[in-house]
Design a protein around this ligand. Structure first.
Ligand code: NDP
Length: 247
């Protein structure tokens, strides 16, 4: 087990990539706390699954875009586990549309969930990890944060912001023995992707060189590596997990 005895917070853990990450971290020996916004039933089920692996688990209903919610969630996890070693900042949404049809609300909602949410949890992690001189932060961005995507000015801007935040924070936290990295998945088969019309999914498959859409575990495996000490000399990195979709 790579992460025996460690404790992690995974934002947006009720389904998709966050759920896969939470389960994979637990499999590797971690206690795991997740947050979510709506899915009470799925949150309970995940806690049950993690506890069945003989790890401690916690699910907190807390909106990532709200700093006070984030602070309370962090404190609950800290109280339960006694220590936090890992943050996986995963929660994210999209609300697509070309910019001339995009409302201010559409822009603000995506930025405040994806980018402000990333700031909220990275700030809490930085304070805590600095004091213990140890910590791993993995931010889940997207290849669309590097290349920009049609009808996703809001999403692309939020994901590009997460990449820049990761690099700046890696510089601030390096001297405290804290690694801060960013993953950029291509298309991953989750509920977020399930809403995409088939012709766009086919196009995404064509764009990859491996000829497939990722399973959430493909991302979770790389998260585990970045949370382990096998990657202790990697920080400020932006790693694509996209089957070659970007190249
Ligand atoms: P899903 O839509 O499947 O899951 C999103 C998760 O985030 C859910 O658990 C959801 O909880 C939670 N969440 C959403 N908004 C909030 C909020 N305001 N506060 C707290 N939790 C929230 O997403 P994916 O698994 O597909 O995506 C996960 C991350 O990966 C996102 O950041 C996404 O941008 C990124 N990504 C995804 C790709 C893909 O193709 N799927 C590709 C590239 C990047 P609830 O159930 O309560 O809504």
């Amino acid at each position: 087990m790579e992460l025996k005895g460690k404790s992690a917070i995974v934002t947006g853990g009720t389904r998709g990539i966050g759920r896969a990450v939470a389960l994979m971290l637990a499999k590797e020996g971690c206690n795991v706390a997740i947050n979510y916004r709506k899915s009470d039933k799925e949150a309970k089920e995940l806690v049950r699954e993690i506890k069945a692996m003989k790890r401690d688990a916690l699910a907190v209903k807390a909106d990532v875009s709200n700093f006070e919610d984030a602070r309370k969630m962090w404190d609950k996890a800290l109280k339960k586990f006694g220590r936090i070693d890992i943050l996986v900042n995963n929660a994210g949404i999209n609300w697509d549309g070309v910019i001339w049809k995009m409302s201010e609300e559409q822009f603000d909602t995506v930025i405040s969930t994806n980018l402000k949410g990333c700031f909220n949890y990275n700030k809490l992690a930085a304070n805590h990890f600095k004091n213990q001189r140890y910590g791993k932060i993995v931010n889940i961005s997207s290849i669309n944060g590097i290349r920009g995507k049609f009808a996703q000015t809001n999403y692309s801007a939020s994901k590009g912001g997460e990449i820049a935040l990761t690099k700046a924070l890696a510089k601030e936290l390096g001297k405290f023995n804290i690694n801060v990295n960013c993953l950029c998945p291509g298309m991953v088969m989750t509920e977020m992707a399930a809403n995409i019309p088939q012709e766009f999914l086919d196009k995404a498959v064509d764009e990859t060189v491996l000829g497939r859409i990722a399973h959430p575990d493909d991302v979770a495996n790389v998260v585990v590596f970045l949370c382990s000490d096998k990657s202790r000399h990697i920080t400020g990195e932006v790693i694509k997990v996209d089957g070659g979709q970007y190249i």
